[in-house]
Ligand binder design. Structure first.
Ligand code: AMP
Length: 111
């Protein structure tokens, strides 16, 4: 079964895309937690961060770089990049994704 995010990548489920390349896409979170809340998602289905292999290092680095490019396009100087790994850490979609969150003051530590 394709993941929810693969279905978004394939255009079966609508999304508001802000970035697209041969390795990943980025689209606005449907339930934003801040004025900017974008998800950067690899086309390759990796269930969660701790399932990445050495072969995925370049891809994961690319996701991080795209996160910064999206933040720049959003006009953000300060922003947060989050990966939830596992249900106990808040992961609800089991297709690796990087949250880019900004546009308001962000407290630390997160909940
Ligand atoms: P996580 O809880 O870290 O797995 O993040 C999953 C994120 O996907 C949540 O912030 C959801 O709001 C978001 N989300 C779920 N369904 C959609 C959708 N159809 N389009 C955009 N974002 C979604």
């Amino acid at each position: 079964m394709p993941t929810l995010f693969t279905r978004i990548i394939n255009g079966e489920i609508p999304s508001t895309k802000v970035w697209e390349d041969d390795r990943c896409i980025a689209f606005r979170d449907i339930n934003p937690t801040a004025p900017t809340h974008v998800l950067v998602v690899p086309r390759q289905e990796i269930t969660r961060l701790d399932q990445m292999t050495e072969a995925d290092e370049g891809l994961v680095g690319h996701l991080m770089r795209v996160a910064t490019l999206v933040a720049r396009e959003e006009g953000l100087n300060d922003f947060r990049v989050v990966v939830n790994n596992g249900a106990g850490a808040g992961q609800s979609v089991f297709h690796l994704h990087v949250h880019v969150i900004g546009g308001r003051s962000l407290s630390w530590p997160p909940g």
